[in-house]
Ligand binder design. Structure first.
Ligand SMILES: Cc1cc2nc3c(=O)[nH]c(=O)nc-3n(C[C@H](O)[C@H](O)[C@H](O)COP(=O)(O)OP(=O)(O)OC[C@H]3O[C@@H](n4cnc5c(N)ncnc54)[C@H](O)[C@@H]3O)c2cc1C
Length: 453
């Protein structure tokens, strides 16, 4: 049999492409190394958010006195129960998705590792699978730079951090991206002495400094030690724990922690795929794609983390959809990366969409910036969630809203109001006419726009 689409990797991008192909009444084969579910469900978005909520609950309990509720006695934190709850939830998500696939007559799921043998064939479990189109959606893997002594000293990555049923007393996290911050919030919130060591001058080095600083200060207030502008010199084992020596603001510093969590980021997982046999020429370990998500071999597309475009799940899902649409539809779609919402799910959260102030400066776009602080919002005071702000970036001449960033309580949900604003190319004047419910966090949009025009 020759499939219309053979998908290498059944994570979020692969699943989205398979479902799209079915809409075109196509025959699909998904080849999955296993376990089935993908990073988001098994080791990424969903487990981390489930765990983080336990830290949040602890935080709320600790400040309950503020609300006139005095909880007496010892708070017992049971990591094993936290992990068991998470495992049950993610198993449910994975089973749900597996059942959907099982019930689709036109999808064949094969377990095994796929590798190309030509531009129309892959091999899996010594079987040859033929296809008219292929999607590479094999995801990503942890990036571990060869730093002196790190391997010998020992470390964990996020996969293991999400499974710890016994917490270390202290944890040093290397890196200052979303995963480092979210897991830092999780462990610190449940009593682990946590330090974040980041090479760049700010955490979240691609984002605006004021947003990153606001989040950094909030996390420091919760007890996380954050060192930015560092250069790691060495790792070693001592009888007190794992020792890290690094320069911080040009002064040597030493940290000894029970465990080290490496969270430097991830890179495309293309190992063993033999893409060269299909005529694909990776450059520096990356496969380039067009705006239509085609590789340089016309019938082979790429989507999700393996494409190295933007490694978040809403992008993986959209890339899977766009790639499959472009295989089977006459109306080709270009992918537009300018308005994907992104978030860091600590507390406070940080969410953003569209143009940042930094990008506006780099691109020399003439913008006006507005900010409104949650401390000046009635609802935020009512529930004592006054950290952070909302920030707008709008075109100076036309008032078109180009970007929104939010640091604060529920920022990842609040950013959703900005999605249609950017999608429909709304201006500040449009927003000013839109009514908002009172008292809510969402009405912060209307307060900010009132100040800007
Ligand atoms: C700790 C953590 C937290 C995260 N939190 C968020 C979040 O809150 N929000 C967000 O948007 N993103 C988050 N992400 C990122 C998000 O999980 C990924 O961007 C997304 O899951 C990528 O989906 P994908 O389909 O590209 O890859 P994956 O879901 O990784 O799927 C790739 C699949 O390919 C399979 N595979 C690999 N090689 C082969 C082969 N040779 N043959 C067959 N199959 C193969 C793998 O087994 C896997 O199932 C997080 C990531 C991490 C690590």
């Amino acid at each position: 049999m020759i499939y219309d689409l053979v998908i290498l990797g059944g994570g979020s991008a692969g699943y989205s492409a398979a479902m799209t192909a079915l809409k075109f009444k196509k025959k699909v084969c998904i080849i999955e190394k296993g376990p089935f579910g993908g990073l988001c469900i098994l080791k990424g978005c969903m487990p981390s958010k489930t765990l983080i909520y336990s830290a949040r609950i602890n935080e709320i309990i600790k400040k309950s006195k503020t609300f006139g509720i005095d909880i007496k006695g010892k708070i017992n934190i049971d990591p094993a129960s936290i992990i068991n709850r998470k495992n049950k939830i993610i198993q449910g998500f994975a089973d749900y998705r597996k059942n959907i696939i099982k019930n689709k007559r036109d999808i064949n799921l094969i377990y095994g590792e796929a590798k190309f043998i030509s531009k129309n064939e892959v091999e899996v479990n010594k079987r040859v699978i033929k296809g008219k189109n292929f999607l590479i959606s094999t995801g990503s893997k942890e990036s571990i730079p060869p730093i002196l002594g790190l391997k010998e000293t020992g470390y964990i990555i996020s996969d293991e951090a999400l499974e710890l049923k016994k917490f270390p007393k202290s944890l040093a996290i290397l890196g200052g991206g979303p995963v480092a911050i979210e897991l830092g919030y999780y462990f610190n919130g449940l009593g682990v002495k946590t330090a974040i060591i980041q090479r760049s001058e700010q955490i979240l080095s691609n984002n605006d400094l004021d947003c990153a600083k606001e989040l950094e200060n909030a996390l420091k207030n919760k007890g996380i030690s954050i060192y930015t502008n560092t250069s790691i010199k060495s790792f070693s084992k001592s009888n007190k724990g794992k020792k890290i020596i690094f320069d911080h603001n040009k002064q040597e510093k030493e940290i000894i922690a029970d465990e080290i969590l490496v969270a430097f980021g991830r890179k495309p997982n293309l190992e063993g795929l033999n893409v060269e046999k299909a005529g694909i020429k990776p450059e520096k370990g990356l496969i380039k794609n067009s705006n239509y998500l085609e590789t340089n071999t016309k019938n082979i597309y790429i989507a999700g983390d393996s494409s190295a475009n933007l490694a978040v799940v809403n992008v993986a899902v959209e890339e899977g959809r766009v790639a499959a649409t472009n295989m089977f539809s006459k109306n080709k779609e270009k992918i537009d990366y300018s308005a994907f919402p992104m978030a860091v799910f600590s507390h406070p959260e940080f969410a953003w969409i569209g143009l940042s102030e930094k990008e506006a400066e780099e691109k020399k776009i003439n913008v006006k910036i507005g900010k409104f602080y949650f401390k000046d919002l009635g609802k935020a005071e009512c529930i004592d969630e006054t950290e952070g702000f909302i920030k707008f970036i709008a075109d100076k001449k036309t008032n078109k809203i180009l970007g929104v960033s939010i640091v604060g309580h529920e920022a990842s949900d609040l950013i959703h109001e900005a999605i249609p604003l950017l999608y429909f190319k709304a201006t500040l004047d449009d927003l000013k006419k839109m009514p908002h419910l009172h008292p809510t966090f969402g009405e912060i949009y209307s307060y900010l726009v009132d100040e800007m025009i």
